[in-house]
Design a protein around this ligand. Structure first.
Ligand SMILES: [Zn+2]
Ligand SMILES: [Zn+2]
Length: 246
């Protein structure tokens, strides 16, 4: 899909979502820990209420990345249905990360219910199955050395290195040359409550999760983090006396 076709598809997608009746349900709140240094308690970004910072210093560190999605978090249409969850799409053919609603279909396997996100329109599958897809599950921010209280899933085509998928333009742009692995095809970021592996149930991705994913992509070599040079590890700022963000 070229950029124009993608834009047309996304406009239609957003319009269809905007026409859906609003649902009385608040979004999943972000962690109250600072997204940069994990200090607690931290204050929410006053614009999107979806990422927390302990000081203006940490907010300043996150700003170049955060500003790419902060406003779009405020412009999203209401949740189209109780089964829709907020996700972030990192498109292979556009530079902009896109928060969007994904419908999660409830299925049953072996007597247990689980949810299957319908990402068929993004991955260009014919049906809403997980066939051909894989995910990395993050339960900590490895380079910043803190554990998450939830799980972030990064979904991708499981054959993207050899199925003709194009290089991911969004990741390439966001990492600004600082990347060591050839991410190809679309990527979708989703969130699950808790850190225990079990039947999948999704919650809304927060703007704080966006930072965690970008830190991960920046440091991922394809074989984990073992070979990561110290120069690439972000240094966690020490909590300071500066004023918390307004
Ligand atoms: Zn902080
Ligand atoms: Zn914000």
């Amino acid at each position: 899909m070229d950029v124009e076709a993608y834009s047309a598809w996304y406009r239609g997608y957003v319009e269809a979502q905007a026409q859906a009746p609003p649902v009385e349900r608040t979004r999943t709140p972000p962690s109250q820990h600072c997204v940069i240094c994990n200090a607690y308690p931290a204050l929410l970004c006053s614009t999107c209420l979806s990422a927390a910072y302990c000081t203006t210093r940490c907010q300043h560190i996150d700003r170049p990345l955060h500003k790419l999605i902060c406003k779009s978090y405020t412009l999203l249409p209401p949740r189209p249905s109780p089964s829709h969850r907020l996700a972030i799409h990192l498109p292979d053919d556009s530079t902009c990360p896109l928060p969007l609603w994904i419908n999660c279909i409830t299925k049953t396997y072996d007597g247990q219910e689980y949810e299957l996100p319908d990402v068929s329109a993004i991955f260009h599958q014919d049906t809403a199955t997980a066939q051909g897809l894989d995910a990395k599950s993050l339960r900590e921010n490895v380079p910043r050395k803190y554990k998450l209280d939830h799980t972030i899933d990064l979904q991708f085509r499981d054959t993207f290195l050899f199925d003709g998928s194009r290089q991911n333009t969004c990741v390439k742009t966001l990492l600004d040359g600082n990347y060591h692995f050839d991410w190809r095809g679309p990527l979708v970021v989703m969130s699950l409550p808790g850190v225990v592996v079990g039947p999948a149930r999704y919650q809304d991705v927060t703007a704080a999760d966006f930072r965690v994913i970008i830190d991960y992509l920046k440091c991922y070599y394809g074989y984990g983090f073992a070979a990561l040079p110290a120069s690439l590890l972000p240094t966690a700022p020490k909590p300071t006396e500066s004023k918390p963000p307004e």
